[in-house]
Design a protein. Structure first.
Length: 95
């Protein structure tokens, strides 16, 4: 892949991440949870869509689980990638 094609692919991925972040933030607004970061990374032979959530005052495990149930269909609908991947939703580290 030449540099121009790679740059174009990276830009497309960044735009998709921004749109996905907005969709998720809209869906989680009532829970007062927001997306801190989204990344799509390859670790070994697996692809991960990593979504890091945060909330003023911190976020507990039950809220992460509930948010994941909300996020999963959004990610499916947005058709983020045609590759198979593992959805990894976590909270922002504190400390």
């Amino acid at each position: 892949m030449d540099k121009a094609s790679n740059d174009s692919k990276n830009l497309t991925n960044q735009i998709q991440q921004i749109l996905l972040k907005k969709s998720i933030n809209d869906a989680l607004k009532e829970m007062e949870i927001f997306v801190d970061d989204i990344s799509y990374v390859k670790k070994g032979k697996y692809n991960f869509l990593e979504i890091v959530l945060d909330k003023v005052g911190g976020i507990d495990l039950d809220s992460i689980c509930e948010a994941t149930r909300i996020i999963n269909p959004i990610v499916d609908k947005e058709n983020f990638t045609s590759d198979s991947y593992i959805l990894d939703v976590s909270s922002k580290e504190r400390g």
